[in-house]
Design a protein around this ligand. Structure first.
Ligand SMILES: [Zn+2]
Length: 143
């Protein structure tokens, strides 16, 4: 099979990048690697992985993934990755993801996501969207 560049923007082969976490049993070493793999999972509609890497305290029961494949993910840019100075089991990742729905204009999703590590695994907790809480978006998505 020909090498496929990983959607997360690392420039590496998918098989050597996010596939190790999404399809394999490897655990992301840090919150940035987890965030990248979650972005890639969105591009693949990999709901099981997205839910498995979501902290149980904030995890939805299912995700409003795009079954009709109308959403096209255009790219990910990680702006900032910081481990909490007071607690190495907490981290934030700020990123911009670009996507298009159908024939509409490309949109930007700018989020500061929070992550925690438990038993050696990093989990997504929640995030702020352009200053607004992402819970709002989640509520909207759930309709
Ligand atoms: Zn990747």
């Amino acid at each position: 099979m020909a090498a496929v560049v990983c959607p997360c923007g690392s420039g590496r082969d998918y098989a050597k990048c996010c596939a190790r976490f999404i399809e394999g049993n490897e655990v992301a070493a840090n919150a940035e690697a987890l965030m990248r793999s979650r972005y890639t999972a969105y591009t693949l509609n990999a709901e099981t992985y997205l839910l498995a890497t979501w902290h149980p305290s904030t995890r939805p029961t299912s995700l409003p993934l795009d079954a009709n494949d109308k959403t096209r993910w255009l790219g990910l840019e990680v702006k900032r990755f910081a481990v909490d100075a007071a607690d190495e089991n907490k981290a934030v990742v700020e990123f911009v993801a670009r996507f298009k729905v159908g024939g509409n204009r490309a949109e930007r999703l700018h989020e500061i996501s929070r992550f925690v590590r438990e038993d050696g695994r990093w989990f997504y907790v929640d995030g702020e969207l352009d200053g607004k809480n992402a819970q709002q978006r989640a509520a909207m998505a759930r309709g």
